[in-house]
Design a protein around this ligand. Structure first.
Ligand code: FES
Ligand SMILES: [Fe+2]
Length: 453
């Protein structure tokens, strides 16, 4: 672990303040906030997961504003490296320009809107639109137009037709994020105290991290918030949804001992104390790696720090989640594809300095558990889809989901685990405190407290 990169949390003693309670009469699309959520996030109306108008509002107020994960630096090793991704429903190109700077462009031609780049990734000096062949360089400028003089005369000002560019691109621990909001806080401010925990996961060995095995993609017919809130820290479902994996001994039975930490801005993590996911059926060389990382953290912060290697599950608001388990590290993005569908992009992450055999073992364990055919992934996807299916009917979309578990048990994380661990945590593992923080933040972005509908 690189000492100099360990971040200082914002405070050793104060709990991260929860997002403000939204006034019940604040407008949220055509609804009042009070029609849709309890002010403390302890209940959420079923329409929040199925209403088309709210979904369009999410595209505007969440996906066009928040910092969103786009790619890992290891996937863009040289100038001209690029990948295509989406920010919400907006297609984008992430490219390293010829000076090495990371840039993000809307992947839509400024002529008449066609998808400019239609491959997943590569290395290039330009992007040529397949429709009429306008061509843009990696700086986003309109570099050439077929038959410019004969068809446009002097009427077309190429300098006004560069690709639309996102105003903010930045990276943290190798993870590249972007925001469309000109007024966005810095990425570091946006991550807030989550940066401290990300650092524990990403800065374990000299040389940093890399992706292995490419990206897994699959679709699930579910609203994007259902998996986001699950990975925010839903330990209550593990024994039932993943009961088969527990019976097989792939992972241990859950006690109620652990943390669910809210780190501000809707982000959160959760884990069993002493390490998530460890069962007796499978032993891998990763166990020794985890033990080593744990002992380094305990040397640094004391015995209670052992709970934070691995750090467990987490969600970076709105739709990036990770799982740092005793067998692998993985992260995924739940890309919305309509109100009732997501495209999951999932990656396996390793430290570059790990031996090749250990990397291969980690990749296998990731695929076994949380690849698209993984036993745990299948469990979750099946249940999530049933939630969405049950919102189709007239009766099924009435009423509210309940998030009251563990209400009122939050306290500063440092009061339970000692400094420097930031955020607010509960004294029990099974709580919906993280989901409440997620929906309070969601409401603070979606509602406009200045106007009534
Ligand atoms: S739409 Fe791209 S060149 Fe016409
Ligand atoms: Fe699960």
């Amino acid at each position: 672990m690189n000492d100099s990169n360990i971040l200082s949390p914002s405070s050793d003693t104060d709990a991260t303040p929860l997002p403000p309670l939204i006034p019940a009469d604040a407008a949220m699309g055509e609804y009042r906030a009070g029609d849709l959520l309890a002010p403390d996030g302890s209940s959420v109306d079923r329409r929040v997961f199925v209403d088309e108008g709210l979904y369009r509002l999410e595209q505007e107020r969440i996906f066009a504003k928040c910092w969103l994960y786009l790619g890992h630096e290891s996937a863009l090793p040289e100038n001209g490296s690029f990948l295509t991704m989406t920010m919400g429903e907006d297609p984008v190109i992430l490219v390293r320009d010829k000076t090495g700077r990371l840039r993000v462009y809307l992947n839509s031609c400024t002529h008449r809107g066609a998808r400019v780049c239609r491959v997943d990734s590569g290395v290039t000096t330009s992007f040529k639109c397949p429709y009429h062949a306008w061509t843009f360089n990696t700086e986003g400028q309109l570099a050439s137009v077929p038959r410019l003089g004969p068809v446009y005369g002097d009427k077309l000002d190429r300098s006004l037709h560069g690709l639309r560019e996102a105003p903010h691109v930045d990276s943290f621990g190798g993870m590249i994020f972007a925001s469309w909001d000109p007024q966005a806080p810095t990425l570091r401010e946006y991550l807030g105290d989550m940066a401290f925990y990300l650092d524990l996961m990403l800065d374990r060995m000299e040389g940093g991290t890399e992706l292995i095995g490419g990206v897994h993609r699959w679709t699930i017919n579910v609203n994007w918030k259902i998996p986001s809130e699950n990975f925010a820290g839903d330990h209550y479902h593990v024994s039932s949804t993943h009961g088969a994996g527990v019976e097989m001994g792939y992972r241990s039975r859950l006690s109620n001992d652990g943390y669910c930490i809210q780190t501000g801005n809707g982000h959160s993590i959760g884990s069993e104390r002493g390490g998530a996911q460890q069962g007796t059926a499978v032993k891998t060389d990763y166990d020794a790696f985890i033990a080593q990382m744990r002992s380094e953290l305990v040397d640094r912060y004391g015995e209670s720090a052992s709970a934070f290697v691995p750090i467990g599950v987490g969600t970076i608001f709105p739709n990036m989640s990770f799982l740092d388990s005793a067998r692998f590290r993985s992260f995924r993005v739940w890309h919305p594809r309509g109100v009732d569908k997501i495209e999951v992009h999932s990656w396996c992450l390793v430290d570059k300095a790990m031996p090749a055999e250990l990397k291969a073992a980690v990749r296998k364990q990731y695929s076994l558990a949380f690849g698209p055919g993984g036993i745990f992934e299948q469990d979750d996807g099946d249940v999530w889809q049933s939630v969405q299916d049950n919102l189709r009917g007239h009766i099924g979309r009435q009423g509210r989901f309940n998030y009251q578990m563990g209400l009122g048990r939050e306290a500063p994380t440092s009061s339970r685990y000692g400094p420097p661990f930031p955020g607010s945590t509960s004294d029990i593992l099974m709580t919906e405190a993280n989901q409440r923080a997620f929906y309070r933040h969601y409401a603070s972005l979606m509602a406009d407290p200045r106007c009534k509908p």
